[in-house]
Design a binder for this molecule. Structure first.
Ligand SMILES: [Zn+2]
Length: 172
């Protein structure tokens, strides 16, 4: 996986096939219909992505225990397709534009450049999640809060839609 040290990769490699770790990951995913977004209800990165604690390793030189925390949707992808499937994939892009979504059907391997190009186009679409006034992390946290408290998830999403988008959407 891109960006993992060899020892951290070992932890992730073991984690994606460990039933206990997989169960811990799945417990943080709000599963819905096959075409729906499956939002992450665990820790949220400032970029809006889910963060998942896989396990720990011990540094050989200092004896310190180190946490291995990864991007949740990459971990979910690796459970399904294997860790090696991500070796040449710097970005696993969300085609639904929901940064916390774990539905592998909404993810596509991408490059940093192509992902940015798509983002630049889609952020101009009225009502797009990318235009949320709270930013990606604020949006993901609001959705998580709604799920965990039994609230209205759609209302949590709509709360971040820009006023100008509200005005324009009915016209379309
Ligand atoms: Zn999605």
């Amino acid at each position: 996986m891109v960006g993992l040290s060899p020892v951290a990769r070992t932890v992730v490699r073991d984690g994606v096939i460990d039933p206990a770790v997989i169960a811990r990951y799945r417990a943080k995913v709000a599963y819905a219909g096959p075409g729906d977004c499956w939002h992450f209800t665990g820790a949220i990165h400032p970029h809006g992505h889910g963060r998942f604690f896989v396990g720990q390793y011990t540094r050989v030189d200092t004896g310190d225990r180190r946490d291995v925390v990864v991007i949740a949707h990459r971990f979910g992808w690796a459970i399904t397709y294997g860790l090696g499937s991500l070796d040449q994939v710097p970005v696993l892009a969300h085609e639904c534009d929901e940064a916390g979504c774990q539905n592998t059907a909404h993810l596509a391997p991408a490059t940093t450049a192509s992902n940015h190009r798509d983002w630049d186009i889609r952020r101009w679409q009225l009502g797009s999640p990318l235009r949320d006034t709270r930013g990606p992390a604020g949006r993901a946290r609001a959705i998580r809060e709604a799920i965990l408290t039994g609230g209205d998830v759609q209302a949590a999403k709509d709360a971040g839609v820009r006023p100008v988008d509200h005005d324009q959407l009915p016209l379309w």
